[in-house]
Design a protein around this ligand. Sequence first.
Ligand SMILES: *Cc1c(COP(=O)(O)O)cnc(C)c1O
Length: 372
Amino acid sequence: MSDTTQVMSRIPCLDLRGQHDQIKDEIFAAWEKVYEKTAFSGGPFVEEFEKEFALYSSAKHAIGVSNGTTALHLAMLALGIGPGDEVIIPADTFIATAWGVSHAGATPVFVDCTADTWQIDITKIEEKITPRTKAIIGVHLYGQPFDIDGVKAICKKHNLFMVEDAAQAQGARYKGTTVGGFGEMACFSFYPGKNLGACGEAGGITTNYDEYKTHLHSLRNHGSTVRYYHDEIGYNYRMGGLEGASLSVKLKYLEGWNNRRRQIAKKYHSSISNPKIKLQLQPEWSDSVFHLYVITTEDRDGLTKYLNEKNIFPALHYPVSCHLQKAYAHLGYKEGDCPNAEYLASHCLSLPMYAELTDEQVHYVIEALNAY
Ligand SMILES: *Cc1c(COP(=O)(O)O)cnc(C)c1O
């Protein structure tokens, strides 16, 4: 048993060091192969990772791109979404979900989350649908799948596309199936801090549709399928070879890392008993990969100060919900439009969560929270 009166060494919300120390030799060996082949942009190492990741995500195709934001942008373009169109997204997500829509020239329409799962509230979607609505992007926020069947039913009824923002959810399962193949496309980020993160910037799109795959290959590569012939205005959104090779190495470890995160979450969930702390509801159909472990509390500043004194450094994901960001002031949202998302933004706190946390550290965090 650890003694909570004795302060441990610093426990951050996320520490990338431990993971990268473990696999340094393997990563460097993979990079040497990339270097020997000078396959730095796209190429065989990206293609290999695409095959492996499609298989892992139970989707037919995976398309590697430069990051998660460009993945969302290209998904919108491949669906033909552009100026004059509207896309429904949750108000509580990382802002990049909205960027994907805006970069395509369309307008994000923000919907509140539920008060307990913090996922998009499917009872509040239909009132936001207009003749301009083209798609719904559901977000597997914090690694927990959203109500996919609920969103899909609305998409079907109103003839809308469904896109998964799975940036935080590599390996999460919804009713037993790994996320990535439920809608027209799913967008992933392989930013270093995600559950599966490249040693560099990277992202990807999965899809079961051949025509989207073909179009995405062209869009990410200057609108070109035959070199120097450009059929449409395209982008340079390719994934780098070094990033692809690092992802192939890490993918082999992902299940193990995710399972360790699940184990830590289970400990938090069953042992945090302080009534001042509220936990995220985990519906029975959801098998989260706990990209983040978020709680809410009334006096967030007080709890943060208390934890910091014990050398525990939680983080905020995210302090301002999307509809109230300055960047979207022109859309005219005001406080009170998405009350649950706003409550979450002003009361959320992300506890330490990464696979290399020791049992002793987890226990120390729990004891500290319960003693607060
Ligand atoms: C990280 C993230 C993105 C964007 O990915 P980048 O690789 O950082 O561009 C998009 N959506 C969500 C929910 C994210 O967490």
